[in-house]
Design a protein around this ligand. Structure first.
Ligand code: MEV
Length: 433
């Protein structure tokens, strides 16, 4: 009997396949089913009824390419990683860098902490010390009623509200505001709705106990209580390359101007998976940026260091996602992408996303410190330029080849180059007719 092919089997030469062949190969491994292929072949979601349920004033859908990042082996498990993104080279770079790591290293991950944070603000407290004292004396009761009246579903699944604390936040005019933090384990949900409900529910008892006025309730995206870590180890790396990557990493640690671009590159790997799986990428972005600035200076959320003959990279940041509820389950493309990933928990999804971000960062740093961004990026961009110039099927390979030559010589290439090359080609063909 013939054995079913695995993801690592089908990923050999995956990019050279036609779209239909890719879909069939994914189906062979079991990550896609025939109905998923039909759904994608028909162009995905079309009927706007679902869109109307999500937002207001719907006029259609905005289509973004959906690709598969290959070669990722994370904690010893192979994944087919869906990425919804328009930027050329992101999927290719992630897949290529993941192959390098799979061949000469490993990716390991962990999630430290389980709780997300809800905030209840009392903008003006007459007596902060008294407020804190009363609130903490009622802590167990407030936790108990939150779990009994609001978060009971989470409690059944092993989560719920676990702690309540108070912070004194200076108003900047010599007085303070009081900010109550509600800690909640959301299990496999992202938890935004439920933590907001808990905080709003607690408003009244807090006002009654303390005699102070609650001014607003909302979750915090700076979830420094639940951190996702991904570690890449590359063995026997060329010392010169390792040093260059370490230098690039130091640059992003120390200089906020570079850190912003470095982190954008990390998010190149993160956002496309968040989008493909229907997760709230704005929330994750906000959390990552805030965490990157936690010591008062905006820094890189990744670090690369040599360790003997190895290069070790670490991503560490809050990365709160859900695998149940919301768009993740309701949007058929997101649901299909979730199935393709085959994750068993929100933490597993978070660990994958962190790893793709870190690997994307490594790919970018390697390109930037060796061949440069133009060669890595623009070679792939040539295809778009060729199409943008209006080349027809038979003209495409000739125009691409010529543009590659121009790129090699001038280290720069633009749409006007493509248009000129196409014009010349057509003129020379007319002459020879
Ligand atoms: C471009 O989308 C991302 C990079 O700028 C990231 C980086 O500079 O590290 C290449």
């Amino acid at each position: 009997m013939e054995m079913a092919r695995t993801l690592s089997d089908i990923f050999k030469g995956f990019s050279k396949l036609t779209r239909r062949e890719r879909l069939n190969a994914l189906a062979e491994t079991g990550v896609l089913e025939t109905r998923d292929i039909d759904f994608l072949e028909k162009g995905g979601l079309k009927d706007t009824t679902l869109g109307e349920k999500f937002i207001e004033n719907v006029i259609g859908y905005f289509q973004v390419p959906l690709g598969v990042a290959t070669n990722f082996r994370i904690d010893g498990k192979d994944y087919a990683i869906p990425m919804a993104v328009e930027e050329t080279s992101i999927v290719a770079a992630a897949s290529k860098t993941a192959k390098w790591i799979r061949d000469s290293g490993e990716i390991t991950t962990e999630v430290v902490g389980a709780e997300i944070i809800g905030q209840i603000q009392c903008a003006h407290v007459a007596d902060y010390i008294a407020f804190e004292k009363v609130l903490l004396s009622q802590k167990s009761y407030l936790i108990e009623i939150s779990n009994r009246e609001v978060a009971f579903g989470l409690v059944r699944r092993g989560g719920g509200v676990t702690d309540i604390s108070v912070r004194r936040v200076p108003r900047g005019d010599g007085t303070d505001m009081a900010v109550v933090h509600v800690m909640m384990n959301p299990c496999d949900a992202m938890g935004a709705n439920i933590i907001n409900q808990v905080c709003e529910y607690l408003k009244e008892p807090i006002e009654q106990f303390t005699g102070e006025k609650v001014t607003m309730c909302i979750l915090s995206n700076l979830v420094d209580t639940k951190i996702t870590r991904s570690v890449v180890v590359l063995n026997d790396i060329e010392p010169e390359l390792a040093q260059k990557i370490e230098e690039a990493s130091l640059f992003a640690q120390q200089d906020p101007y570079r850190a912003a671009t470095n982190n954008k590159g990390v998010l190149n790997g993160i956002d496309p998976i968040l989008i493909a799986t229907g997760n709230d990428w704005r929330a994750v972005e906000a959390g990552i940026h805030a965490y990157a600035a936690r010591d008062g200076q905006y820094r890189s959320i990744t670090k690369w260091k040599r360790d003997g003959t190895k290069l070790v990279g670490v991503f560490e940041a809050p990365l709160i996602v859900g695998t149940v509820g919301g768009v993740t389950t309701l949007h058929p493309t997101a649901a299909m992408c979730m199935k393709m990933l085959g994750v068993e928990s929100a933490n597993e999804l978070s660990r994958i996303i962190a790893s793709v971000g870190l690997v994307q960062n490594l790919g970018a740093l390697k390109a930037l410190t060796t061949v440069g961004i133009i060669e890595g990026h623009m070679k792939l961009h040539i295809k778009n330029l060729t199409l943008g110039a209006g080349a027809e099927e038979r003209e495409i390979p000739i125009v691409q080849k010529k543009l590659e030559e121009i790129l090699a010589i001038r280290k720069r290439i633009s749409l006007s180059n493509a248009i000129d090359v196409l014009k010349e080609l057509r003129a020379s063909q007319q002459q020879s007719q």
